[in-house]
Write a protein of this length. Structure first.
Length: 494
């Protein structure tokens, strides 16, 4: 049985700012279902430690340079065996995983996530006294990027490393003077190492030193090798393309299931889609919209930042207000975008409803109550919300990029005839294109037979983790065999 340590800075629902938290909670569970001994390693945030009363210490991590000592605790988070890095000076604080309650990033984030990486490396190289050692350490995004570097520069046998890029725009770039403070050798600060435009890059470290790189959709794996979407790392990724795999994320089909969802007013299936209208009316009433069954309701849930294309929606709000449609938005992000959306809602309270912040229950009610789901991201490595929406019979409208292009089948006569159309794609990130897509969706809504086919096609799609988990298992097994062969060769040479 392969032993896999899944390292993440987030874990849903206890510590969540985005889709990484959902992946960290769902993928390890799916891997265990396939016979992998997968355990999750997370920072010991207050919510993590409070989630279980059965944490017990299994090892310690000694201080190194500016990194303090830490304890590694063993317990469970839901259905998944978990390990937590307990270090009160770095993790025992309010706010979210990365910032304080006012949205200001913690100034010591480099230390906080270097310690997480170092603890992961220790568990991948046989830290004592624990008897469990990972065969593969699966790292996620920049916060864990130093793990492959620490393992590379360590002594003795080590685990293989997989590094998943969820969002290449967030790179963890810090001042070069911190190389020594993080316990890294001076030699690593090189273009063939962690150096990136004169800074130390956690993300580049993960990409450069890992044994295999994955990203969260096949289309995005190709996109990040281009100058347009590679954020300066396209050359390195292209050079390592034979070690780069795109695997579409899955979703938790237990949590996101309209037939059993405790958050929604009326549960339903593909055979009882008429009940979905009850959720629409309830959502309209809750948010102060006009309760109009014949007006298509468009929903948006996510971070209110330009990457998510919210500015494109703001640009077409005047035209939307002139159409017989309604818009519901839930999210938080840049203050300028939040204010613009709230202003629009104030001017058209029966047409537009905006909720700033995050509310898990409301997110479910929007998926169940909306007629269409808007996801006009400039770029989207994978995206999860468009999969939630299809599962809830809420056809998505997406920009054809990354995982959105891979998971939404555009509504054409041919795809409808084949029974595979599930939503709408627009090819160019332009106002006229998104307006055309919204108009086409609205027209489709009035054709009840076509609209019902779209809903049912989406609800029948399998967006669970089984396929993705099997793909990761194949990578783990290949790396494990490769590391074993290298170790046998080293022993013969010795």
């Amino acid at each position: 049985m392969i032993r896999v340590l899944f390292v993440s800075s987030e874990f849903a629902p206890l510590s969540k700012t985005g889709g990484l938290a959902d992946v960290a909670a769902a993928l390890p569970k799916a891997l265990r279902g396939l016979g992998v001994d997968c355990r999750v390693l997370v920072p010991g945030y207050p919510a993590i430690l409070a989630a279980s009363s059965n944490w017990r210490q299994i090892a310690t991590v000694a201080p190194l340079a500016a990194l303090p000592a830490a304890r590694i605790l063993e317990g469970r988070l839901g259905d998944v065996p978990a390990l937590a890095v307990e270090c009160e000076p770095l993790y025992e604080r309010g706010g979210d995983a990365y910032s304080d309650g006012c949205g200001r990033e913690w100034p010591d984030n480099a230390l906080r996530f270097a310690l997480l990486s170092r603890a992961a490396a220790a568990l991948g190289s046989g830290v004592r006294p624990t008897t469990w050692r990972a065969d593969v350490v699966h790292c996620n995004d920049w916060q864990t990027g130093l793990t492959p570097a620490y393992l590379h520069f360590g002594n003795g046998p080590r685990a293989a490393t997989v590094f998943t890029v969820h969002n290449i725009a967030y790179q963890g770039n810090i001042h070069r003077d911190l190389v020594a403070a993080l316990g890294l050798p001076p030699s690593c600060f090189d273009m063939h190492g962690v150096e990136f435009h004169g800074q130390l890059s956690f993300l580049k470290a993960g990409i450069y030193y890992s044994d295999h790189i994955t990203t969260v959709s096949a289309t995005h794996a190709a996109e990040i090798q281009t100058e347009a979407l590679g954020h300066g790392l396209h050359g390195l990724l292209h050079a390592r393309r034979h070690r780069l795999t795109g695997i579409v994320n899955g979703i938790d089909t237990v949590v996101w299931n309209p037939a059993k969802d405790p958050h929604i007013a009326q549960r339903y299936t593909t055979w009882s889609l008429r009940r979905k209208r009850i959720n629409k009316a309830q959502l309209q009433r809750q948010l102060g919209l006009g309760v109009e069954s014949d007006v298509p309701l468009f929903g948006m849930v996510g971070r209110l930042v330009p990457q998510k294309g919210v500015d494109l929606i703001l640009d077409v709000l005047a035209e939307l207000c002139g159409l017989p449609v309604q818009l519901v938005v839930l999210g938080a992000g840049e203050q300028e975008i939040e204010v613009a959306l709230q202003t629009a809602a104030t001017r058209a309270p029966r047409r537009i409803a905006v909720t700033i912040g995050f509310d898990e229950g409301l997110a479910h009610r929007i998926q169940a109550g909306a007629d269409f789901f808007l996801m006009p991201s400039r770029y989207e490595p994978c995206g999860l919300s468009q999969m939630y929406s299809q599962r809830y019979g809420t056809p998505p409208i997406v920009h054809a990029t990354g995982g959105l292009a891979d998971t939404v089948t555009h509504c054409t006569p041919e795809m409808l005839s084949a029974g595979t159309a599930t939503g709408f794609q627009f090819q160019s990130f332009e106002r006229n294109c998104v307006l055309d897509a919204i108009a086409t969706a609205s027209s489709t809504y009035r054709n009840r037979r076509t609209y019902r086919s779209l809903q049912q096609n989406g609800m029948r799609c399998d967006f669970g983790w089984q396929s993705g988990a099997r793909a990761y298992c194949k990578i783990y097994e290949g790396l494990h065999m490769q590391m074993a062969a290298w170790q046998r060769n080293d022993e013969r040479m010795a």
